[in-house]
Every structure is written in C-alpha cells, then in structure tokens.
Write a protein that binds this ligand. Structure first.
Ligand SMILES: Nc1ncnc2c1ncn2[C@@H]1O[C@H](COP(=O)(O)OP(=O)(O)OP(=O)(O)O)[C@@H](O)[C@H]1O
Ligand SMILES: [Mg+2]
Length: 432
C-alpha cells in the first residue's frame, strides 16, 4: 500500500503518540471528530487486525454513529482497498474491525465482549454516565490499548471532565481545541458562530469556546445571573472586617455517602447581601467542613452558622446532630424554621426577589455560580408541564443560596426611629 499522508491540525499533534487516554475537548467545529476518525483509519492501517469500537452513551441508530465519517475518511484518503464497509461495521486490514455501540445498551455482562479491543473512541463524551465510564475503563484492558474521548464540555462534574480535566489518570494526553485551531473551519460554521455571538451571547462561550454551561436554558435564575453580570455585581466583593460572616448550609440528603454539603459565606450589609465564598464537599465528615471554615478565617468569634429545617423527620435527626456539633465547636447556630409545603418554590421566589441586591465574589464562588446557573425545573415534555426543581448536583448549592435569601431581613430601623430610640432613655433619665 502507498504511504498514507494525513495532514493534522497542530493542536492535535500531541495525540498522535501512543497514550492510554487521549482526550480532545472544546467548542463546536474544532475538528475533533474529523481528527479522531482520521486517526482511527491511520491506526487500522498501521496496526493490522486492529479492533476498535466507536461508542456513544446513547446510540439509537447507526446514523448517530461515526460510521459515515470514517467511511468518508477512508474514501478521502484513497485507502478503500484495504477496508470493507458492511451494514453495521467496517472490516479493516489484516482481519480487524470497527464496530459502533451505545453504552446504554450494555450491561456488566455484555461489555465483556469488548475485552479484546485495542481502541475505544467515545464521541460526544460529555454525555457519558459515571456507570458507563466505570464499565468501560477496565474492559479495554489489552496490552497497548487506548481510550479516546472527544467532547464539548457541559459541567465540571460530568464524568469525562472529572476523569480527564480535574484529576487525569496516568498516561493521559488531553488537548483543548476550538474553531480557531481548525485550519479547515468552514464558512457556514463561521456564519453560525457570528450569529451566535450576536443573538445568544450568553451561550457563546459554552457553544463555541468550550466553556462550561454557566446558565442552562430554562434555569430559574438565568436572567438574574445575566443581569448581575451586566451590572458588574459579579466580580470582586471584599469582606467587611467589622461585620460577622454568616454561613448558610445545606446538608444534602441523609445517610448516603454521596451527600453534598454546601456552604455560602455572606455578609448582610444594609440592603445588600454580599456573597464572599462558596464551599461544596461530597461524602466528607463534619471536621472537613469545620477545617475549611477556619482556614477561610470564619471562626466562632466572627462567623455564625445558619442551617435549614425542612421538617422531614429523618432529616430532623440528622440536622439536629449538625446543629449540636457546630455549637460544640463554639459557633452560634440558627435554624431557619420549617417552610412547609412549597418550601422550594418559596426559596426560588425569595432568591429572585433578592437577586438585584446581591453581590457575588467571582473568584471564590465559581462552582456555586455554576450550580445557581444550572438549577432548573424538571419538565414532563409529553404533558408540557413543570414538575418542580430538578434534584441534581446543583440543587444543594441552590438550596443553601435560597436559605440565605429566606433568612435575610432588610434593616427596618429608619432614621426617625433611631432618633427616637436614642432620645427616650435620656428623657427618662436612664443612664447608658
Ligand atoms: N481533518 C479535516 N479535514 C477536512 N476538513 C476538516 C478536518 N477537520 C475539520 N474539518 C472541517 O471542520 C468542520 C468541523 O470539524 P468537526 O466536525 O470534526 O468538529 P467537532 O469539533 O467535532 O465539532 P462538533 O463539536 O460540532 O462535533 C468539519 O465539518 C469539516 O468541514
Ligand atoms: Mg464532533
């Protein structure tokens, strides 16, 4: 066979060398799919008998798979003679094969059929569930086997982002690719990009530059966050050293190890709520939370704790123990009374009402802002009705923020009352 000469965009060059994990993430039209499709064709020629699987989380039909793209690449590079295109798979040189599967169709048993595979390429990997990733990683176990991931990031908590961006396993090569890195970026997409910039500036960073979704469509606080940004109320918010810091907590559910504990640190200054900090921990003991508070300078001498009390019996027991534990650590603890039925809706309303007077320190509140932007209504699409807040990774942070707004009381003492209060003891000759 004649030599194969595939030009590669500079941004993907690090992915040409062997690595256990290869990842390319970024915005629309950066050439991620084309690059991996070409790499697969190249590998199939280089490593005779290569067995590869192209994976998506959900694959209802082959039309959704990378099959057509790989066929086009085989054609484009004139190497069709070595390949045989079948209905549901592609035979590769030396008796190899490329198959196309959805992870959702696999069970712990059926996934074993992939054990002898050399390459697994997960397309649109942002939708890959934690379970799928857990099944896939040990399955692709052959000597020299590789796992490839291409994705447009949504949230920092998505399993692929945690695997390849937050932590990174041994022998991983990960690149960020955007439209500006694509030498073949087509004119139609350039037009789309320009239009997005003009008509959906909120979404642009996520769609085209690979940024996380900060504001989900249909989210409860989308408009409020966008407004706060425009009015520069999300930025640098300093702590007032003379005022106490209030720590608004959400304890998550009960018992389960995966509970998220969220804290918003804020100060009430006149008619403003100044949000200084955000903390979130999953599956950690109380000591971990206390250590964070102390490390941030929120000790019992200058900070107080506010806990929710939503009245559910099992939560009550759980929360009471938090209350006493924080008290034991020396903190003043306030428990906000049970909001009763419709508590979640009331909290949302309160947040919306308060938002115009809220300032948020951006550098320390990033994950909290992500949660607020993402918190959204669960919908029954077939009936077209809302089902209340979606309970997911964002709801604990949003609940604690709601608690803060519910607990906020605007100053009621007017100038006139103040004068009266000062004068009265004097009139009655009470010393003070
Ligand atoms: N190697 C290449 N050869 C020829 N054209 C390419 C190549 N890479 C990218 N392109 C062009 O750029 C466009 C975008 O590339 P591609 O679809 O791979 O991007 P992507 O990052 O997967 O985008 P999305 O996030 O939308 O899936 C393609 O439709 C194609 O026109
Ligand atoms: Mg793609």
């Amino acid at each position: 066979m004649a030599s194969l000469d595939i030009p590669t965009a500079r941004v993907f060059v690090p992915l040409l060398e062997p690595a256990r994990y290869k990842g390319a993430w970024g915005g629309r039209g950066s050439g991620k799919s084309h690059f991996f499709a070409e790499l697969l064709v190249e590998e199939a020629i280089r490593r005779q008998g290569l067995r590869a699987v192209c994976i998506r989380e959900v694959q209802k039909s082959l039309k959704e798979s990378a099959k057509k793209l790989i066929e086009d690449k085989i054609q484009q590079h004139g190497v069709g003679a070595g390949f045989e295109i079948l209905n549901d798979q592609i035979k590769t040189p030396g008796g190899g094969v490329v198959i196309f599967q959805g992870m959702q169709d696999h069970t712990a048993e059926s996934i074993k059929s992939l054990e002898g595979f050399d390459v697994a390429w997960v397309e649109e990997a942002q939708t890959l569930s934690a379970t799928s990733l857990k099944l896939l990683r040990p399955t692709i176990r052959k000597e020299g086997s590789e796992l490839w991931f291409s994705w447009n990031p949504r949230r920092h908590v998505d399993p692929v982002d945690e695997l390849l961006r937050s932590k990174q396993p041994t022998n991983a090569v990960v690149v960020r690719a955007n439209w500006s890195d694509n030498p073949w970026f087509p004119a139609v997409l350039e037009q789309e990009r320009q239009d997005c910039l003009n008509t959906e500036p909120d979404q642009y960073d996520h769609i085209w530059e690979g940024g996380y979704i900060r504001v989900a469509t249909g989210a409860y606080f989308a408009k409020h966050i966008a407004e706060a940004r425009l009015q520069k109320r999300i930025g640098r918010v300093p702590r007032d050293p003379y005022l106490p810091v209030k720590l608004f907590c959400d304890i998550g559910g009960t018992g389960a190890k995966s509970d998220a504990f969220s804290i918003w640190a804020a100060q009430f200054v006149g008619h403003e709520i100044r949000v200084l900090n955000y903390y979130e921990a999953v599956g950690q003991e109380l000591g971990h939370h206390l250590a964070w508070m102390r490390q941030q300078g929120y000790g019992p001498e200058n900070a107080e704790i506010v806990l929710p009390h939503d009245g559910r019996q099992h939560d009550k027991v759980y929360k009471v123990s938090y209350q006493s534990a924080f008290k034991q650590a020396g903190y003043k603890v306030t428990v906000v009374p049970n909001q009763g039925a419709g508590a979640a809706a009331a909290r949302i309303e309160e947040v919306r009402k308060r938002f115009p007077s809220i300032w948020i320190n951006e550098d320390t509140c990033g994950p909290g802002l992500d949660a607020l932007g993402w918190y959204h209504e669960k919908r029954d699409e077939s009936r077209g009705i809302g089902l209340g807040p979606e309970h997911d990774w964002s709801s604990h942070g949003a609940d604690a923020f709601g608690l803060m707004c519910v607990a906020y009381k605007p100053p009621t003492t007017t100038a006139k009352q103040l004068k009266y209060k000062i004068r009265r003891p004097r009139d009655r000759s009470i010393g003070y």
